[in-house]
Ligand binder design. Structure first.
Ligand SMILES: [Zn+2]
Length: 104
């Protein structure tokens, strides 16, 4: 997150802890042991910005390493987001992406 974004979020009164609209829950199931893992992603502070050729923000991406509690196999998640921070693609190594229904 850039300094200007950080400043903007401070000025708009959003706390660093993040409200629900700034949180994305990632649900995965470890391929090695089958453990279901829920990961909290802070959409304001965890995403990397991508820029287009004109220098504007073209979207965001997230790289996350996830470790469950049942085994020591590291899971790698790579998610892409559009400018509105909606998920546009995902690639998960070592696990399967779950929907919230599947997780519960
Ligand atoms: Zn596991």
């Amino acid at each position: 997150m850039g300094i200007l974004d950080r400043l903007a979020s401070v000025l708009s009164g959003k706390s660093a802890a993040g409200h629900d609209e700034n949180v994305y829950w990632l649900y995965v199931q470890c391929s090695a042991c089958g453990e279901k893992i829920k990961v909290r992603v802070n959409l304001t502070s965890d995403l990397l910005q991508n820029y287009d050729e004109a220098g504007g923000i073209s979207g965001y991406e997230l790289h996350k390493e996830i470790l469950g509690q049942r085994c020591f196999k590291l899971i790698y998640a790579h998610l892409t987001f559009d400018r509105q921070r909606k998920v546009t693609g995902h690639e998960i190594l070592g696990a399967r992406l779950l929907t919230r229904q599947e997780f519960e």
